[in-house]
Design a protein around this ligand. Structure first.
Ligand code: S3P
Length: 429
């Protein structure tokens, strides 16, 4: 188990180009694997999770080559082959859920496995729509390992019961290859990278209010693309910038998809001065450069994160909770029960680590209420092998009164292997 020691800092200064977005890398990797032709992907995520996706695509018959400057994926032209071993999704829920939809229409038997944490995560949420389309899927008590007996699928009209972009994507990927037109409605709009990625690879899909429709039998074609920098990785440094009055952080080539960028509004509410220096669109995704400085917050009461906002910020909640005690306003996070079934029980781990650092707060089944203006001390942090917990508490450590020891720091590599190196470069002691 790797240990990282993080000392209190006095300032955060510098500029960064973030590695490619994890969510977009998964989608480009999967669609490239299915498409006809050779896709070239620059700034592909360096995280272990999207590389689990690429390994699965190779096992399904795609050719995946790391060319140094970019990744090349030559797709199977619409027909996956029977893999000769289980598809190993590692720690990646995105791989397991989205891939299930992508491969279910293919006439083979697939087994999807993952690490211990992935085996604890709920998979019934994808079995339900995919079996309504005619896929035969076996789970073990609602969990992985998953066995899919693939074959022709029929379109469905599906209403997502939980806001989940992974479930939406599984249905869209299956619908792309089903007979008829699949429709899907979501009450809370989730990240729309799959919609943009499908269009980029040549598919047609339509949205009317909250209802998406995709016709089956569409073929995909290879693309050249640069993956935008990962805003959920940038979140750690954006939150760190709020901790010091003279912070100056410039993030270049950053993904700013509006379904992901609620964090920028939250950073602004907490006192950050966020300036967008430039922005452009590539394959439907907004990409740009931002500058962030700290300033006083205009909030009168605690920052409240609930309902749709909670769903939009789901991956950023651990780091927001980790800086909450230092914010004068404090923070209320509710409707976040999903956090308990991520790579770890993130509410429990945030609570345990905040407690270890001496914070006071109230824990709920669906969130936390954290008073502001607190002073925290250094402690031994348990990452629970969860990348976002390891990184969130490395940020909390920057304003503690003494050194923090992050146990299980290697988990950061799941999404952001360069995190601790960047932290050391940006933070001044
Ligand atoms: C993701 C969707 C979210 C998010 C995860 C990535 C995606 O999960 O937490 O890190 O790429 O679609 P859910 O779909 O379970 O909400």
């Amino acid at each position: 188990m790797a240990i990282e020691k993080v000392l209190p800092a006095s300032s955060l200064q510098g500029s960064l180009v973030l590695p490619g977005d994890k969510s977009i890398s998964h989608r480009y990797g999967m669609l490239a694997g299915l498409a006809e032709g050779t896709t070239r992907l620059s700034n592909f995520s360096t995280g272990a999770d999207p590389h689990s996706t690429l390994a699965c695509m190779a096992a399904l018959g795609a050719t995946v080559e790391n060319k140094g400057t970019h990744i090349e994926v030559t797709g199977v032209g619409g027909e996956f082959q029977q893999p000769d071993a289980p598809l190993d999704c590692g720690n990646s829920g995105s791989t397991m859920r989205m891939l299930s939809g992508l491969i279910a229409p293919h006439p083979h038997t697939f087994t999807l496995i993952g690490d211990h944490s992935l085996t604890l995560r709920p998979m019934e949420r994808i079995r339900r729509p995919l079996s309504a389309m005619g896929a035969r899927m076996e789970l073990v008590d609602g969990h992985a390992p998953i066995t899919i007996y693939g074959g022709p699928l029929a379109a469905i009209d599906f209403e997502t019961p939980i806001p989940s972009a992974q479930v939406k994507t599984a249905v869209l990927f299956a619908g792309l290859q089903a007979q008829g037109t699949t429709s899907l409605s979501e009450a809370i709009r989730t990240r729309d990278h799959s919609e943009h990625a499908l269009r980029a690879f040549g598919a047609t899909l339509t949205r009317e209010n909250n209802r998406l429709s995709i016709a089956g039998g569409q073929k995909l074609h290879a693309i050249d693309a640069t993956v935008p920098g990962d805003l959920s990785s940038a979140a750690f440094f954006l939150c760190a910038a709020l901790l010091f009055p003279d912070s100056n952080l410039i993030l270049d080539s950053l993904g700013m998809n509006p379904t992901r960028s609620a964090l920028l509004d939250v950073v602004t509410a907490l006192g950050g001065k966020v300036r967008i220096l430039n922005v452009e669109e590539t394959h439907g995704e907004m990409v740009g450069t931002i500058q962030v400085n700290a300033g006083p917050s205009s909030l009168r009461g605690p920052l409240e994160i609930r309902g749709a906002l909670t769903a939009q910020l789901i991956d950023e909640l651990p780091v927001l909770a980790a800086i909450a005690p230092y914010m004068p306003s404090g923070m209320i996070i509710r409707d976040a029960k999903e956090l308990r079934i991520k790579e770890s029980d993130r509410i429990d781990l945030v609570a345990r680590n905040l407690r270890a650092m001496g914070a006071t707060f109230t824990e709920f089944e669906d969130g936390l209420e954290i008073p502001g203006g607190q002073t925290l001390h250094g402690a031994t942090i348990d990452s629970g092998s969860d990348h976002r917990i390891a990184m969130a508490f490395a940020i909390a450590a920057l304003r503690a009164t003494s050194e923090n020891t992050i146990e299980g720091a290697e988990a950061a590599a799941i999404s952001f292997p360069e995190f601790f190196t960047h932290l050391k470069t940006l933070c001044k002691n």
